[in-house]
Structure formats: structure tokens, C-alpha cells
Design a protein. Structure first.
Length: 273
């Protein structure tokens, strides 16, 4: 293992809490780790274009975005793997035939119809309005989207079993995981191509850097972080993650609002205690 470590951090629930708040210790820990010569990457299900300014301004060495469909190191694009058009059409047909609300992501942003945008506007008002409204993803009109650049889909359903059903129905070609949006009822999920995960993108980033898994730590709280935990030398779940997800990590740090990132960095020597 090199003395330089490479940290991959999820955004929502790891850097940001679900109200858009960042613990000051998280900002300090990331900047101190980079000043000490370590590399810190975002590793998010969001589009690169939807990473909030309040997060970007912290400073990072690259971004794994769209659940692993895209990745950058500095200004270099290392991974760019949009969905094939037939897969996009299959997903849209699946959602519409099942009456499931959905949005589609490109690397630049997220797109949805007017009904879904209204649902998200209400959700964002409830979660973000009194905290950090700039942290909420912005949805564009899906009619303006180029389907050739879709990276990932997100869906919302009033059916609590929609994720399990989608995992069964779409397992031939797609990777389906539960989403992390705090909805009042029902369920939500994220869909990428089979084999396209945060973990697959991280392996390509590490290869590009000439680094190994032993040099990497991955910190997250969501089901799209499982493959990140698997490929990094140390997979660290946030204390606010589901118990079942925490059980899949190598270790657990404290919660997003209780210095979780700072404590993980101290434990693994990226910064001093």
C-alpha cells in the first residue's frame, strides 16, 4: 500500500445530510486530507451537473457520477458509458406500462415530465427550503433531453414492492438498487446498466492513477455504494445507513451530522486526530 490514500465519498447522506446540510468537520477533513497529499473523489448517484455548488466548492480530485456511468480524474474523462438507446427505450416502456413515475439522467443533469417535476418540487420544498435549497437536484423538461446520452434512471412508486419487482423484471440487462430519497410513502429505485456501478468506475479510476484497491477507501450510506465497498480496500458505511447496508461494509463510522467523514479519515490516517 502506498502512503497516499484515495478516498471515494458518496454525496447524499455522507457529505450532505438529507436536508442539504454539511458538517463543518467534513469540509475541514476533505481539505486537510488533500493538503496532506491524499486524493479525494466524489462518488455519487447524481449527475455531475447536479453536484451542488456547496459540495463542489470544497474541492475534489475527480468525480464518479451517475452511479458509475461517468468518472473524471481532474479534467480527464476516464469513464463515459451512457446506456444504449434500445435499453433507454426498454426502460421508458417498462415505466410507462407500469404507471411508474421516473426521471432520466445524463451527465449534465436530470430530466422528467411535468408531473414528476411537481412531485420533486414538493419533496424539495419539504426537505431543503429551510436549509440549503441549492442542494436539491434541478429537473429539466424531459422533452428537451437527448436519449442518446442517458446514463441512469430513477423511479418513484406508491408500491412498496416496486424495487423488488423491477429487480426481477429487469435483471437480464439492468442493475437495480433501492434509492435513498426520503419519501413519505412507497418506494424509489435507481437503474443503470448491468455491470455499471460505482465499483466498476472506481476500478477504472484506480487503474488510470496506477493505484490499487489497497490504496482506496470508500465511504457511503446508500445501496448504490455496495460495489464501492467491495472494490475498495476498506469500505466504510455511515452510521446513518440502513443496518443491512452497514453489515456489508468493512466498518462503520459515525453519522453524516456527527463527524462521520472526519472520523473515518482520522481512523485511516488521512488526517491527524
Amino acid at each position: 500500500m502506498n502512503s497516499r490514500r484515495i478516498a471515494f465519498l458518496d454525496v447524499d447522506g455522507t457529505i450532505l445530510d438529507h436536508h442539504g446540510t454539511i458538517a463543518p468537520s467534513t469540509v475541514d477533513a476533505i481539505r486537510a486530507a488533500r493538503n496532506a497529499g491524499h486524493l479525494v473523489f466524489l462518488s455519487t448517484g447524481r449527475s455531475s451537473g447536479d453536484v451542488p455548488p456547496v459540495v463542489r466548492v470544497i474541492g475534489f480530485d475527480g468525480v464518479v457520477s451517475n452511479g458509475g456511468a461517468y468518472a473524471t480524474v481532474g479534467d480527464a474523462t476516464v469513464v463515459a458509458r451512457p446506456m444504449p438507446l434500445p435499453a433507454v427505450h426498454e426502460l421508458i416502456e417498462y415505466f410507462e406500462s407500469a404507471g411508474i413515475r421516473y426521471l432520466l439522467q445524463t451527465d449534465g443533469g436530470a430530466y422528467a415530465d411535468a408531473e414528476v417535476r411537481a412531485v420533486f418540487d414538493e419533496l424539495h420544498r419539504r426537505l431543503f427550503a429551510s436549509h440549503a435549497p441549492d442542494s436539491a437536484p434541478h429537473l429539466h423538461d424531459i422533452a428537451t433531453m437527448d436519449r442518446a446520452h442517458v446514463a441512469k434512471a430513477v423511479f418513484l412508486s406508491s408500491d412498496a414492492n416496486a424495487v423488488t419487482r423491477a429487480q426481477s423484471d429487469l435483471r437480464h440487462a439492468f442493475h437495480v438498487v433501492p434509492g435513498s430519497m426520503p419519501l413519505p410513502a412507497g418506494s424509489n429505485g435507481e437503474i443503470g446498466m448491468l455491470g455499471t456501478t460505482k465499483g466498476s468506475a472506481i476500478l477504472e479510476v484506480l487503474a488510470y492513477l496506477g493505484a490499487t484497491a489497497d490504496d482506496a477507501i470508500g465511504v457511503g450510506d446508500s445501496w448504490n455504494d455496495v460495489e464501492m465497498f467491495e472494490v475498495c480496500g476498506v469500505g466504510i458505511a455511515m452510521g446513518n445507513a440502513d443496518a443491512a447496508l452497514r453489515a456489508l461494509a468493512d466498518e462503520v463510522t459515525t453519522s453524516v451530522t456527527d463527524d462521520g467523514v472526519l472520523n473515518a479519515f482520522v481512523r485511516h490516517g488521512l488526517i491527524g486526530g
